[in-house]
Design a protein around this ligand. Structure first.
Ligand code: NAD
Length: 497
């Protein structure tokens, strides 16, 4: 059986614990991953400490050249990466290409690190005094990532951290760790010194070791909210800088004037693409007014019934299996709960079986109507191919629903009315807003981050926010007196007056 090992400088010790890696399309175990512990992390940290000072002292242009070469290598290997990703995660291969591509876009941004790292300078901030500021790397950073974007999210983190002069230790999801290891191998092939980017596998034991390690300066986490909150608290208590992105329940508001054919097309992709296992999926649709709701429902039903569920290599499939049998069971339980709570199960994806692949972890597309805010199935994240219709009375109701939800990752509004869209974007209490854009993941030179229980900490991923997270600002005030003194009273706080 294929073994996925840690990727650290030096030899990793034989694993005492392992975790199975499924092929969700066939339901077979295709590989095993070694689970590490604190002593393995110590080894990785020691290697990172050795190379980081020299890397930080390497001029940013040379650091950028490694990023350029890495980008070229990832592009050259994209098809294999996408196939490996799809086989471990279950998303269809085309979608896996997108996973790699959205991460590469952050690498492209990191290729511009010399420009992004230019500091600020004020000549003559006081008599004979200049002030300048610069951003310096933190040292060793760590990233803990979820299963659902095994290429994109690691690249969000290590692209920015390493370009800024840090060494980086990645702890990817133990459910699909193959691609993160391949990326680290390609990074060394691109010319990076060994030990600069390392991958340690593990579960809670390794996460705790990272959070407690005194030589790791910063931790970036993406995953579910309870764990994000735990990571945030424990990391901060250990004196680290921490950003921790959590779960989501994104709403799509449909105004009465929206182009419903366009909305149905967008919603089908945003709710069911990647089997709904995206933190920026749209699992809740909020039509405004009963008439809009009825018209939308009528168009949604045939569109959802036409969706093709298939194995991840099926070129015609809209989406593939979910990641594990446990996750499939949890999604089906949520549909049971919704039904018990009084939601109408319009299309039922429970018990779905794909002919020829009966052991795969498939869930059929599910549509629930008349979902209300008091239902647990509305309040919690389902993370599966399940679309819930929550009917809003009016625009105010539609602004209130996502604003009051515990999660605040993304939200979208579909309308032809610019005034309503503008009002909505300004008022809604959610971090990322789409206007007639169902999945508003900002491009790499902006930044990504949700609010409320979707994001703990105050900096976003990638872009200038990412750069800020992975560096600390040094501020220098300088004076070069030409002798004789200026007669000022040194006992009074300087005021530049
Ligand atoms: P998860 O929280 O189960 O796992 C995330 C990471 O935490 C993994 O590396 C895992 O090994 C580790 N982990 C698991 N249990 C742990 C524990 N008890 N203590 C410490 N660490 C632990 O998340 P997942 O199922 O891999 O990913 C799906 C979740 O991630 C969803 O909730 C989704 O919304 C969220 N997500 C959020 C964003 C975002 O940017 N906000 C992006 C992608 C995914």
């Amino acid at each position: 059986m294929r073994q996925v090992d840690h990727f650290i400088a030096g030899n990793s010790p034989a694993a005492t614990r392992k975790h199975k890696i499924w092929n969700p399309s066939t339901g077979e175990v295709q590989a095993e991953v070694a689970l590490g512990d604190a002593s393995l992390l110590d080894q990785a940290v020691a290697a990172a400490k050795k190379v980081q000072p020299e890397w930080a002292a390497t001029n940013p242009q040379k650091r950028a050249r490694i990023m350029f070469e890495f980008k070229r290598l990832v592009e050259e290997n994209k098809q294999q990466l996408a196939e490996l990703l799809a086989s471990e995660h279950g998303k269809v291969v085309d979608d896996a290409h997108g996973d790699v591509q959205r991460g590469l876009e952050v690498i492209e941004y990191a290729c511009g690190i010399p420009q992004a790292l230019k500091g600020e300078y004020t000549q003559g901030a006081g008599p004979g005094i200049d002030v300048y500021s610069m951003r310096q790397p933190l040292g060793i950073g760590a990233g803990i990532t979820p299963f659902n974007f095994p290429a994109m999210i690691p690249m969000w983190m290590f692209g920015m951290a390493i370009a800024a002069g840090n060494a980086f230790i990645l702890k990817p999801s133990e459910r699909d760790p193959g691609v993160p290891v391949r990326l680290a191998e390609l990074f060394v092939e691109a010319g990076a010194p060994e030990g600069l980017l390392q991958v340690v596998h593990g579960d809670k034991e390794m996460v705790d070791a990272i959070l407690d390690h005194e030589d790791i300066a910063a931790v970036s986490f993406v995953g579910s909210s309870d764990i994000a909150h735990y990571v945030y608290k424990r990391g901060v208590a250990a004196g680290k800088r921490v950003q921790a992105m959590g779960g989501a329940k994104n709403h799509g508001i449909v105004m009465p004037d929206a182009d419903l054919d366009q909305v149905v097309n967008d919603l089908a992709g945003a709710a069911f693409g990647s089997a709904g296992e995206r933190c920026m999926a749209l699992p809740v649709v909020v039509p405004v007014g009963e008439d809009t709701a009825d018209r939308l429902r009528e168009k949604l039903i045939p569109a959802i019934n036409a969706l093709r569920v298939g194995v991840s290599t099926d070129k015609d499939a809209h989406y593939g299996p979910v990641v594990t049998p446990e996750h499939r069971a949890r999604i089906e339980q949520w549909i049971d709960t919704a039904e018990k709570e009084g939601a109408e199960v319009v299309i039922d994806g429970r018990g779905f079986s794909l002919q020829g692949h009966e052991d795969g972890f498939f869930v059929g597309p599910t549509l629930l109507d008349r979902v209300t805010t008091d239902m647990e199935s509305y309040q919690e994240e389902i993370f599966g191919p399940v679309l819930q219709i929550v009917r809003a009375r009016d625009f105010e109701d539609a602004v209130r629903l996502p604003s009051e939800h515990q999660y605040g990752n993304g939200v979208a509004i579909f309308t032809r009315n610019g005034h309503a869209a503008r009002e909505f974007a300004h008022r809604v209490n959610v971090g990322m807003v789409g206007i007639n854009v169902p999945i508003p993941v900002p491009v790499s030179y902006h930044s990504f981050g949700g609010w409320k229980r979707s994001g703990f900490g105050d900096t976003d991923q990638y872009g200038m926010e990412g750069l800020k997270f992975w560096t600390k600002a040094k501020k220098v005030t300088q004076r070069w007196p030409d002798g004789g003194g200026d007669g000022s009273n040194a006992f009074v706080i300087p005021t530049m007056g």
